[in-house]
Design a protein around this ligand. Structure first.
Ligand SMILES: Nc1nc2c(ncn2[C@@H]2O[C@H](COP(=O)(O)OP(=O)(O)OP(=O)(O)O)[C@@H](O)[C@H]2O)c(=O)[nH]1
Ligand SMILES: [Mg+2]
Length: 304
């Protein structure tokens, strides 16, 4: 039995939902709106890692709007809250930039363990299902195990992989991958990279070299560059993301592991502060547990 997309998201963010809903269920909404109700909601939002700035904005909105709309019942505040969360998140989504040029190149970035390789595998599966021919580039040459891990995904999904020895130049792998995809007329190249914890200068140099390599093939095209952030660290991922953003143009964000965290509320400050579209969310370790980020479904799932 296949679960529907909605079921998957709902399941995926169960812990976040629990954090919010449990908190809300402790608050008795069945009372008239008063100051203590706002305080209770505020506490719940902070606990879900929505962050102080966004939480204040949300509470302020609830206060003013409830007055303006002459809302007096606690239950009605819940609808207002949903409205506000959706309003914030609706500008944060975006879809994959795919052009007619072959191959399209999607570059993955992110620190160790954020979920890059897993997401590369899931995305390859999704795109293959959509009818694209996909090839993976094993540009995480830092460890042999990283190449093996990507190869396992390639076999699982049933797509080609281009790899070099461990220790090879990542840009050389990228070059060979695109080159071979081009000669075979394949649609999409997805590049996995190493989790980078070196200096910022090192990061910048390496990424720029990889990007130059990609742009040799399509000079006028921005490279779809997806930054993978670990959802379990909540707002702490924001500074990490800023470092990558300074190093290179990031065109989209993937937030992983939303199934394993009560900090899913961080998606709000991530969206507000980084102003980079969130393109996908990871909601589990299965091959199908990657979903396009849909703000409406996300907010609905939080309150289901
Ligand atoms: N629960 C859950 N686990 C995930 C998700 N995405 C990735 N993981 C797990 O996170 C761990 C790290 O994932 P990787 O894909 O290896 O991360 P990486 O960024 O490639 O790591 P490095 O190659 O070491 O930099 C693995 O155990 C994955 O199964 C997700 O959406 N949900
Ligand atoms: Mg990896």
């Amino acid at each position: 039995m296949f679960k529907s997309v909605f079921e998957r998201i709902k399941k995926g963010i169960e812990k976040t939902k629990k954090q919010l809903v449990e908190g809300f269920s402790k608050i008795s909404f069945g009372r008239k709106i008063d100051e203590s109700l706002f305080e209770d909601i505020e506490a719940v939002l902070l606990k879900a890692d929505v962050g102080t700035k966004a939480t204040q904005e949300i509470i302020e909105f609830l206060r003013q709007e409830s007055k303006k709309r002459k809302i007096t019942e606690g239950e009605q505040l819940k609808e207002l809250l949903k409205e506000k969360l959706y309003d914030i998140l609706k500008d944060c989504s975006g879809s994959l930039n795919l052009t007619n040029e072959k191959p399209n190149v999607i570059l993955f970035l992110g620190i160790n363990g954020s979920g890059k390789t897993t997401t590369v595998g899931k995305l390859a599966y999704m795109l293959k299902k959509d009818g694209y021919s996909v090839v993976l580039g094993a540009a995480d040459t830092f460890r042999a195990a990283a190449i093996d891990q990507l190869e396992v995904w390639a076999n699982r999904v049933g797509v080609r992989i281009v790899k070099h020895q461990a220790g090879a130049d990542p840009s050389a792998v990228v070059f060979d991958t695109i080159n071979s995809a081009k000669s075979k007329g394949e649609d999409i190249v997805i590049v996995d990279t190493a989790g980078r914890l070196h200096t910022k200068e090192h990061l910048m140099k390496e990424l720029q070299k990889i990007k130059r390599t990609i742009q040799k093939f399509s000079p006028n095209q921005p490279v779809e560059t997806l930054l993978v952030l670990d959802g379990t660290i909540g707002q702490n991922s924001i500074n990490q993301a800023k470092t990558f953003k300074e190093a290179t143009d990031v065109t989209g964000i993937v937030i992983t592991k939303l199934d394993g965290t009560a900090k899913g509320g961080a998606i709000i400050p991530i969206c507000k502060e980084l102003k980079i579209p969130i393109k996908f969310i990871g909601v589990g370790e299965d091959i199908e547990d990657l979903q396009p980020f849909n703000p409406k479904e996300f907010v609905d799932a939080l309150f289901e």
